[in-house]
Write a protein that binds this ligand. Structure first.
Ligand code: PEP
Length: 253
């Protein structure tokens, strides 16, 4: 049986905290009017938004996550936010290794691996992002690049249950560009990721969630989410609009 789909928004650096609270109030009202019980719903918000959003989301179907975590638990790391801090304000998930952080903050696989371990230490569920660039895809290197990231990023990670880690296949060329991987290409890569997970976590991989991310929208979500190894979406631009996010949630049924 397919795992329950996870529809996860990545708000990136958008909305003021006060705007985010109004957005969530309105979203929760409208969510009640559409079928949504078939999916888990998550919003990954900036650090400053987490506390008010998590308080507001309590008792609703919406869960709140962060977009990054420090590899350190506490100490002299100016500007960093640790796993214990995220947990204390009510975050339950955290995006790790997003391609924007790999590109703009020089995050390499060693750092991403340390962040995954830091998140797990606090029982946060990491959403590990992996994906190839356009040049790598054109050179026929997409598969080894993605599987190489996966293996390096998950070194020494042990899991007790399938819900403790989520993988997001996010081809870099599809993020924020309006270009989407075809549903067949997304399925092929998500299936390859699951095969690699079977080697790492043999008992758990069939039930682990592998998401697709990259310009998912209400028009393409149904086809992408219908594929057997695509267990949800990590959604940037379209997660900022209530109508679009609700339509993607409906498409996951
Ligand atoms: C993302 O930021 O993870 C993402 C998939 O963005 P977008 O949906 O805008 O391409």
């Amino acid at each position: 049986m397919k795992p329950t789909p996870l529809i996860a928004g990545n708000w990136k650096m958008n909305f003021l905290p006060s705007e985010a609270v109004r957005w969530l109030e309105s979203f929760v009202e409208q969510l009640e009017l559409v079928p949504h019980q078939h999916a888990d719903i998550l919003l990954n918000a900036p650090f400053t938004h987490l506390l008010p959003l998590a308080e507001l989301a309590e008792g609703t179907p919406v869960r709140i996550g962060a977009q990054d975590v420090s590899p350190h638990q506490a100490g002299a790391y100016t500007g960093e936010v640790s796993g214990p801090m995220l947990k204390d304000v009510g975050a339950t998930f955290v995006i790790v290794g997003h391609s924007e952080r790999r590109a703009y903050h020089a995050e390499d696989d060693t750092l991403v691996n340390a962040k995954i371990i830091a998140a797990r230490t606090e029982s946060l569920v990491p959403i590990l992002c992996v994906g190839e660039s356009e040049a790598q895809r054109e050179a026929g290197e997409a598969l080894p690049v993605v599987l190489g990231q996966l293996e390096a990023d998950l070194q020494g990670v042990s899991l007790r249950s399938s819900g403790e880690l989520v993988i997001a296949y996010e081809p870099v060329w599809a993020i924020g560009t309006g270009k989407t991987a075809s549903a067949d290409d997304a399925q092929e890569m998500c299936a390859a990721i699951r095969s690699a997970l079977k080697r790492l976590f043999p008992r758990l991989a069939d039930d682990m969630r592998v998401l697709y991310g990259g310009s998912m929208n209400p028009e393409n979500a149904g086809e992408l989410l219908s594929k057997p190894d695509v267990n949800g979406g990590l959604i940037g631009g379209a997660s900022l609009k209530i109508d679009s996010l609700l339509a993607i949630i409906e498409a996951a049924a």
